[in-house]
Design a protein around this ligand. Structure first.
Ligand SMILES: [Fe+2]
Ligand SMILES: [Fe+2]
Length: 282
């Protein structure tokens, strides 16, 4: 079997994406959606309910009365955190695994992904993008392809790195030249298999080379957030030093040094928020 086929075959071996999250995303397209209607959709999902309640009873929030229902949980953690917990539920198990091919220990890819998700959501106002939930999901899932590609990258890491260095390209392009496919493309295939909408798939598939995708504010948001995470040292792995930034795209969106610095300040802010919520998953 060709290696690309072998790699793509692994995509179909992944667990399905929870349908309940698609229903939540559809609801969130209405900015005035009530928390009650979200709860109505997720209350039958045991794993999301358990996660929300665990978050509320985490060490961080200990001391307060323990919560035992989704309704109480919502009052404790607020709408925004509730949405984060629900939207993260579909990727958590995969993203929290160790990704040794990229030299990422257990939880490191997840940390990078959550920070990128929170940052993309926070930067929505910069590009006047109205779907914060989609920005969060795109940021969360942009590197999901690494979960599949890790074992193949692990076997040929040096060759990929050297190929990228010799051609002065990114590690992701090195993946294409040695393995025939990049983690970004694999992520796009995973998004398709999970019935993500084309805008999300485009943002995941082209996050390293946005010029090759459909010009779209969501793709820009994910590229920018990923670049800011790399610059801020937020959870990059073995590929982090071979990263191509699309400066043309940044310029087109009026992101110069001053805006970039503001983006890094936003990263610090979301990192603080992240440390506030991280206890829920431990
Ligand atoms: Fe990536
Ligand atoms: Fe990334």
């Amino acid at each position: 079997m060709m290696r690309v086929e072998e790699i793509l075959g692994k995509v179909h071996g992944l667990p399905p994406f929870p349908a309940v999250i698609h229903r939540v995303t559809a609801l969130l397209s209405d900015p005035l959606v009530s928390a009650d209607s979200l709860l109505e959709v997720v209350k039958y999902d045991q794993s999301i309910t358990a996660n929300v309640i665990r978050m509320c009873n985490s060490a961080l929030l200990a001391g307060a009365q323990r919560v035992s229902s989704l309704k109480d949980a919502l009052i404790r953690i607020g709408n925004r955190n509730l949405i984060h917990v629900i939207l993260s539920a579909g990727g958590n198990d995969l993203l929290r695994k160790e990704v040794p091919g990229y030299d990422l220990g257990r939880g490191e890819l997840w940390k990078h992904s959550i920070l990128c998700a929170l940052l993309a959501e926070s930067l929505c106002d910069v590009v006047e993008y109205g779907r914060k939930d989609k920005a969060f999901t795109a940021g969360l899932m942009h590197d999901i392809g690494k979960v599949v590609l890790s074992e193949f990258v692990g076997r040929q890491y040096r060759e990929i790195r050297d190929a990228a260095q010799a051609r002065k390209t990114s590690f992701a392009e090195g993946e294409v030249s040695i393995l025939g496919v990049s983690h970004a493309e694999i992520g796009g295939r995973i998004g398709e298999a999970w019935n993500f909408d084309p805008e999300l798939v485009n943002a995941i598939r082209h996050h390293h080379a946005p010029a090759e995708g459909e010009a779209d504010p969501l793709l820009f948001l994910v590229h920018l957030s990923d670049v800011l995470c790399m610059t801020g040292g937020a959870g990059f792995g073995a590929d982090g030093l071979q990263y191509n930034v699309d400066y043309e795209l940044l310029k087109r969106h009026a992101v110069g040094p001053k805006e970039f610095e503001l983006g890094l300040i936003r990263l610090v802010e979301v990192a603080q928020h992240f440390h506030g919520i991280v206890a829920m998953y431990d």
